[in-house]
Write a protein that binds this ligand. Sequence first.
Ligand code: IMP
Ligand code: MG
Length: 183
Amino acid sequence: MPSPPLPAVCDAVLLSEEQIRRRVTELGETITREYEGHDLRLVTVLRGGIVFLADLVREIDLPLHLDFMAVSPYSPGRGGVVRVTKDLDEDIAGTSVVLVEDVIDTGLTVNYILKLLRAHGPRSLEVCALLDKDVRRIADVPIAHLGFAIPDHFVIGYGLDLQGRYRNLPYIATLKEEVLRSR
Ligand code: IMP
Ligand code: MG
């Protein structure tokens, strides 16, 4: 029995708190090794990525800056074009940027954000994603640092939401089929 207990909308725990913790520690160690001596900026897209970001930064033993963007889809369900509702606060020109994302699904959102970030002239730009659902990929996204490749299931918890809820679950769980169908 997971703690807190699995919400009724969930089918099963896909990734436990312990599994996530171990992997996030490894990712932090890798980033620490690879970005030593760089002007490191972690950029996260609100809001799904913040739980992952909060744990990840505490596993990175380097000076770094955090910045945030927020986007909203222009037309829900028809990805590709997103509207920026909150832009970066700091200039990233010449810095080493790691874009931290919760999940790469079709890849359209990240692909668009990468284009925007590239236009600011960073020295380097890499993606660190907790989850990759590559069977649904439309836009090719290079993921330099990946937590877990997962099957094509809608998941919630650890920052990921279902209509705004369940972001605070400490584990990642799959939704029941009937909940998915009624969405
Ligand atoms: P895409 O890669 O452009 O299709 O969209 C990725 C975004 O869709 C993520 O940042 C999430 O906000 C959302 N998303 C995709 N899959 C899931 C999921 O399984 N659970 C919760 N949100 C998801
Ligand atoms: Mg998101």
